[in-house]
Design a protein around this ligand. Structure first.
Ligand SMILES: Cc1ncc(COP(=O)(O)O)c(C=O)c1O
Length: 407
């Protein structure tokens, strides 16, 4: 008899963005030039000063296991960063470092959920949240937040979603995939609801914190209302701001007993994050922030190109994201249209497949983010890819015959 796979893993969907990346790799291996708008990571190299710090650490013999919560100098640097950037005070003992923000979210839910506990996941959501919640034994409760609410959870929708079983609500600001950022007033309004429900905690995923535009700023809820401190966990990391996705360094800050439980799990799973990547992360946080500003300037140009280009295509509309590097385009007006080969574009996934075939443009379907009728277009791509790819998309969309309006 062959080895059995557990029910929880059989139910698990492969990460949609990782599957899309795989498809692009396969098509490119066949010799096709693909305009890749699926990318979920900076296309820049890690800044020199950070790489040098990692290399120097390796040469100095920093190549061994570390403590499971991460090295103290890094946790101190994170505490200083939280004070400096977010105006919140955490002791290094309330901070845990792991192999990326994703691992921390996974361990946090494993450490805190009982079977059947509910976690509110506002949609559009980062593709991994519902599956990570389910793997932790919880039940993701998806709450749709449409363009009319600028894709954000309203206090009324939060209140309506809370039940006796609710343990967490996840807020991702700036958001992947919409770029939406919760303002101080919006946090205050959500806090009013949360204070009525002491059993509900907040996971705030701030991984895109430094990638914001036109003066928009990430605000962490504990800075808005200190009463949330004993039931809020901040998750953040080095991946996006410092172009360090492969170094796998993320961090969480929260109540000490929760961080201790997460550390216990880490000790029995990955032991610790990479030793020299932790030293490099200190340089990222404490060294020059100029490279971040240079990358930001480039994202800002690409954002304008992408949003303006999309809005020029009949049938597509797109608001300017306040943060992150994704445009979340409304393509509902294209659904029901007919492709040149006579096939009907019924869903956003059909449109993704059509654009891949007809325009060699790889995009992500909104359905994977809990929001059918939208496409996620990453602009962490070169300006050439953006201008040529959008032109190819415009040409492909122009070939679609509009939906027949039935009398
Ligand atoms: C919203 C969000 N949270 C977390 C992560 C994971 O980041 P890390 O590389 O630190 O695991 C991502 C990566 O795409 C993300 O988009």
């Amino acid at each position: 008899m062959s080895i059995q796979i557990s029910t929880k893993v059989k139910k698990l969907k492969p990460s949609a963005s990782i599957a899309a990346k795989q498809r692009v790799i396969e098509l490119e291996a066949e010799g096709r030039k693909i305009f890749d708008f699926c990318v979920g990571e900076p296309d820049f190299s890690t800044p020199e000063n950070i790489m040098n710090a990692g290399i120097a650490a390796m040469r100095a013999g920093d190549t061994h296991y570390t403590g499971s919560a991460g090295i103290l100098p890094l946790r101190k640097a994170i505490a200083s960063k939280l004070q400096r950037d977010n105006a919140v005070t955490y002791d290094p003992s309330e901070i845990v470092v792991a192999n990326g923000a994703k691992q921390l979210i996974y361990e946090l839910f494993s450490a805190t959920l009982e079977p059947g506990d509910e976690v509110i996941v506002p949609a559009p959501y980062w593709v991994s949240y519902p599956d990570i919640v389910a793997l932790g034994g919880g039940v993701p409760i998806v709450v749709s937040c449409g363009p009319e609410d600028r894709f954000k959870l309203t206090p009324a929708a939060l209140e309506a979603a809370i039940t006796d079983k609710t343990r967490w609500v996840i807020i991702n600001s700036p958001s992947n995939p919409t770029g939406a950022i919760y303002s101080k007033d919006e946090w205050q309004a959500l806090t009013e609801v949360l204070l009525l429900h002491p059993k509900v905690s907040v996971l705030t995923d701030e991984i895109y914190e430094h990638i914001t535009y036109e003066g928009a700023r990430n605000i962490t809820p504990v800075a808005v209302d200190d009463r949330l401190k004993d039931r809020c966990v901040i998750v953040n990391g080095m991946s996006k701001a410092y172009a360090m996705t492969g170094w796998r360094i993320g961090f969480a800050a929260g109540p000490r007993h929760v961080m201790q439980a997460v550390t216990k799990l880490l000790g029995q799973s990955t032991t610790c994050p990479c030793s020299f990547a932790q030293t490099a992360a200190i340089e990222a946080l404490e060294g020059s922030q100029e490279p971040v500003q240079e990358m930001l300037a480039s994202y800002a140009t690409r954002r304008s190109m992408t949003v303006d280009g999309l809005n020029q295509i009949a049938g597509i509309s797109c608001v300017k994201p306040q943060g992150a590097f994704y445009a979340f385009a409304d393509v509902r007006n294209l659904l029901g249209s007919v492709a040149p080969d006579g096939s009907k574009i019924e869903t956003d996934l059909d449109l993704v497949n059509y654009l891949l075939e007809e325009a060699s443009a790889a995009t992500m379907d909104g359905t994977s983010y809990g929001s059918p009728g939208f496409l996620r277009i990453s602009f962490a791509a070169s300006e050439a890819t953006i201008s040529q790819g959008l032109e190819a998309i415009a040409n492909a969309v122009a070939k679609l015959k509009p939906a027949l309006v039935e009398a």
